[in-house]
Structure formats: structure tokens, C-alpha cells
Ligand binder design. Sequence first.
Ligand code: G6P
Length: 604
Amino acid sequence: MCGIVGYVGKNKAIYSLIKGLKTLEYRGYDSAGVALIQNGEIISIKDKGRIDHLENILEYDKFTGNIGIAHTRWATHGIPSKENAHPHIDQNHHFAVVHNGILENYLELKDFLCKEGFSFSSQTDTEVVPVLMEYYYQKDKDVIKAFQHTLKDLRGSYGILIITPLLPDTILVAKNNSPLVIGKGCDGIYVASDVPAILQYTNYFYFLEDGQKAIIHDDVITFYDSKFHEISKQSKKIDWEMDAIDKNGYEDYMLKEIHEQPEAFKNTLNGIISAHEPIHFLEFSLDKKYLEQLKQIYIVACGTAMHAGLVGKYAIERLCRIPVIVEVASEFRYQDPILDEQTLCIFISQSGETADTIAALKLARERKAKTIAISNVFESSITREAKYTIYTHAGPEIAVASTKAYIAQVGIMVSLALYMKEVLEGVNDEIIALKRDIIEIPRLMEEVFKNEDMFKELAHRMSKETDLFYIGRGNDYHTAMEGSLKLKEISYIHSEAYPAGELKHGPIALIDKGTYVFGILTDAQVYEKTFSNLEEVKSRGANIILVTNQDIKGDNVITIPNIDPILSPILAIIPLQFIAYYIAKEKGLDVDKPRNLAKSVTVE
Ligand code: G6P
């Protein structure tokens, strides 16, 4: 959701601002804009639509200033329109503001400011910020005081950048429950809502914590805590290479990221799993006594991360016999969950910034549960909230539809289950066999990739469909759910994932002659049962596509390597990712930036 970039330095700001926005496109947006300070005033341009459109209407020659802010907006308050696009500027043209997040008390503030004689030109919550700045500025004629007073008045989540001709070399920065990073490059200081936007300028970043502020003046950054006391902050090094955020010759990020899965999996489990050493997590351990008294485990996440949680549940319950509840974060919070010191809560989030997941994590902490965050983004919000963090090292994931981060999350969840079993029982043959399988996985994924042409051909046959079904049992059902989500997200085809045995309790009524049904069959124990369910739909005219590691011959059979059912989702999802991708391509859709979706959902 909303992307933010800011720059102050020696260069013309416009180039790094637009470049930064383009790198943040994956976050999802519907309008874009920039504002610069030059010749003692604010110059700004914004509109509904893509960044390409903004570039077409902005005249680069006119935007010559060395300080500026930019924004991509994902509409929350007010329709996507030029008026609602950021930056927002007060009526006296003193303050230009970009904001990510939601200001919960904006109506109250707007009402107050209107009574004070100020006017508004948008329907957004954000516009109260420049107007409040102006209101306070008029009182004291002091920009920094106005900044302090304004922030005190705001309730809600925000990453905010403010520029003003009254302090022409300064960017005011504030963060609360919305991501913001600051990087110091050779030729200036950069601010962004995500590391990739400014990775080309530096590998060292300052991560603001909630409530913290920064005032960037020329090449000096001064940090403040929530009470506006000056603090010192250390920068942290992020080792991502620039080519990690390039397409590297692939047509789309999603295709590149599917192909990066063996590497993502290997990097994530490097140092955690080895054939002969006990499993170990850096900076984190659970002892036997703790695990023995554990009453239950909650796994809480959204979207694809929640599906990784389901695979984790399967592994933990099968291996450790500890009950696990997997809950969607937005539901968890309102269910008054029963949590205490004997509950372990695991939160999975690629971005680490999903608002519902963060809120759920805060609730778990309040209720004294032990919390573990699993995130792909260093220093992201959930990693700071949780007691322990395990990082997936999938590298930056740019495509909205998650692929390599999912594989890495599943890798961590299965390793965590194995780790807990090892702590509880000591090493045994089952653990050794599973470790060996895990080590083999990157090679086995490459085997699945060899059938990419077949996946493309199947996608071609299915691209005109309006409804697709995915069925399976146990872990195969979890794969069905993730496969169906991938398809919906990027191809806009309606699809349903169902537990195979449940199909005849309703959805089978939707099966017609020619309907495509994916059957996922990787668990020998339930293989025959699922096969019977597939026969039921076949006899009603359905076209069956099998994804299986069993020895089945036939035209529409995708064979994947045979592996323990605990791990099989890692291989079984790959054909479904490819098929979703190629269907979306056949339909001519923007695979990496599907309509209405955002990579990082930072509002509840
Ligand atoms: C959005 C994305 C999904 C993602 C989900 C959770 O809905 O479009 O791809 O799975 O958020 O994101 P997270 O960053 O918390 O894993």
C-alpha cells in the first residue's frame, strides 16, 4: 500500500523520487505525485493512474529542486482522483505532505480546522496534516513547534514526510505503525517506505521505530523519540544486492521469483538444517520443559502467509502432537482468543508490516503469550514487536502474489516443527529422514521446473475458463488453497479450494461438463479417498488435472518428486504457481501488479 520516497541532497530530486516510486510499484497504488521545493516555493504534480502517466505529464525540466517528496496512493479515504492523490498542500502553500497509513481522528480534526477558517480540497484523512501544520505555524511562526503540535494531535498509523519552503533544506519525518527507512547515500539522504526503493544508493539504513521522528537537514539526520527528546540511532547494513530487485531478464518479477525458489529455500534454511547437526535457530531457543507444558500454539497470518501457517500446523501436530490453531489475523483479534503463558503464538508475514498481523501480535503480547515473528524483511514492525524473530532469507519479493516467500515460510515452519520434536525427543530416524529430504528440496524443485512447458500448455487450455476448482486432503488441501489464491489474485478467474471429501456437500453442484478441477494427491495415506472424490466430479463431466507424486499415468497428470507429505506442499505448489502465472499472461494481465491488491497491507 502507499509508497513514500523523499530526497534531499546535491542532485536533482525528481530523478531519485520517480525511480524510488517505480521500485515501490509492487506495493499497490492507484495514483501518484511529487512535490519539490525550488525557488522558495513548493512545486507539485500529481494525478490518478500509473507512475508512467505521471512521468508523461511532468516536465522534468521544470522540476529542478534538490529536495522533494513523492508518493503512490492506494485509496482508503476518498476515491482515486487527482484531488485525493498526495502530496497534499495547505492553502497557503507552506507545507507539502505525503502519508502512508490511516488517521483515525481526521474527521474531528477537519471539523476543528474548518471552524478555524481553513479549507480542504480532498476527501482524504491526510490533508489534515498540512492544514494542522499551517494552523500551528500561524500561531508561533515556528515550523518545528508546529510539527510537534501536529504529531501530538494525530491518532492512527502514519509514515509522514513534510517539506516546506520555510525550511528549504529540511524533510520532517514521523513514523507510527507504518514503515519508514532512512538511508544516507554519497550524494544525499533518502527516505522511503521500503528498502528496495533506495537500495541503489546505500546498504546502510536507519529504521525508525513507532513514535520516533527524524529531522533531515542537508546531510545531517537528527533523531527524536516519541517525547521529542533527541536520541542517537545506529544504521544497520542490509546485504541485498541491487540485482535482487531487477527482473534479471525475466518478463515479470513473479516468474523470476518462482525460479528463485530453490535459492530462497536454501538461503532460508542455511545454518538451521544440516544432516548431522542438531537443528538450531540463531538468537532463539525453546527448552524441553517449556514445550512439555505448552497447551497450544496459535499461528496467525494473512493471505499466503496464513497458508504457510496451515502447512506448519500439519507438521507440528504430526511431529510434536501439540494442538495448533491457525487463524487469519483480522479474525484472531476479535475472537477474544484464549491466551496465556502456556500458549505460543507464531506470526508469519513476508513484509512484516501487515496491519492486522501486527495488531494480533500486540494482543498476544498483552495476554502474556510467547511470541515468534517470521518475516522476510529485516527490522520490519513484527520483528520489533515479537519476543523472537526468525527471518526467511528469500530476498526481496516484488510481485504482489507471493511465491518464494511462501516457500521460505513453509521451510521455516517445518524446521520449527522438527526442532521442537528434536528438543522433546532427541534425534531419531524420522527427524534424520526429514532433514535429508529438506536438504534435497532445492534439487527437487529444479526437477519440477523442467515441466514448465507443460504448465504453460495447460494454462493455455484453461485461460478462457470462468471457474476453477482445487481439491485435496490434509496438506494437499492446504496446497489447493494456496493454488486457488494464486489464480484468483493474478488471473481474476473465480476459483474455489475445497477439502476433497467436502465437495459433495455443496460445491459439486457447480461442477459442469468441462469444468476444470485440480486434484492434489501427494499423501499416500489419503490418496485413494481423494481419488474417489475426483472420480465423482469426473463422472459429472469435469476435466481433472492431477498434481501427484504417485505413479499415475495420463494426459493431464503433473508428476512431482515423491517426498514426505509434511514437505510435499513445497513441490506441489510450483505447478500451480506456474499455471496461475501463464493463465494471467494469456489474458494479457499485469501479473506483478494485480488490480485492487497491495503487496503490503498496512491498513486494518
Ligand atoms: C497481501 C498480499 C498477499 C500476502 C498478504 C500477507 O494480501 O497481496 O500476497 O500474502 O498480504 O502479507 P504479509 O506481508 O503479511 O505476508
